[in-house]
Design a protein around this ligand. Structure first.
Ligand code: GRF
Length: 195
């Protein structure tokens, strides 16, 4: 049997999607290994969670690189290469990537976004969905391209917007689906890369 592709998860915060990926990948028949977690924020709670699962986790802060976003990404990319990473999953990674990194990982970098793309790109999706009076909402996993939240959608999950929903109740309903969707979408990408 050939080795499973090594996946890195990039986070900036709590890391609940990262944890969902780590937990899913513990199943013997899951087709990828979560080998590394990187954060631009040393204080990201997800780093400790990853270590608790025995996954290597490192912070590569952006601050020392000042405004040179690409220099920060070169530092990230060097670690990804050194660790023999095949696929990158963005999971609450709060930095906009430069075309340099996006193109380097073209077809092999996923992001999860809390809306039914192409609707509601960008931030504050739950509040905007409620303000618009939508009756359906959800989450999408997509390949990362240069435009923010614009790459081809790999998988989506829909949830109803219920009467009386708040931003918090709606976010929680979507997040439950995110935790199922991301492992499924990553497995799907792996199957397409290694037929
Ligand atoms: C999720 O809602 C994800 O869709 C968005 O950022 C949030 C990250 O949450 N991109 P977590 O860090 O995975 O808990």
């Amino acid at each position: 049997m050939s080795a499973k592709p090594r996946v890195a998860v990039l986070i900036s915060g709590r890391g609940s999607n990262m944890q969902a990926l780590i937990e899913a990948a513990r199943a013997p028949d899951y087709p990828a290994e979560i080998a590394l977690v990187l954060s631009d924020k040393p204080e990201a709670p997800g780093l400790e969670i990853a270590r608790g699962f025995g996954v290597a986790a490192r912070a590569i802060p952006a601050k020392p690189f000042g405004r040179d976003r690409e220099a920060h990404e070169r530092a990230l990319d060097a670690v990804l290469r050194e660790q023999n990473i095949a696929i990158v999953c963005l999971a609450g990674y709060m930095r906009i990537l430069t075309p340099w990194l996006v193109n380097r990982w073209s077809g092999r970098m996923l992001n999860i976004h809390p809306s039914l793309l192409p609707a509601y790109k960008g931030l504050d999706t739950h509040a905007r969905v409620l303000a618009a009076g939508e009756v359906r909402h959800g989450c999408s996993v997509h390949l990362v391209t240069e435009g923010m939240d614009e790459g081809p959608v790999v998988a989506q999950a829909e949830v109803p917007v219920q009467p009386g929903d708040t931003e918090e109740s709606l976010a929680a309903r979507v997040l439950t689906q995110e935790h199922l969707l991301y492992p499924a979408a990553l497995a799907k990408l792996v199957q397409t890369l290694t037929p």
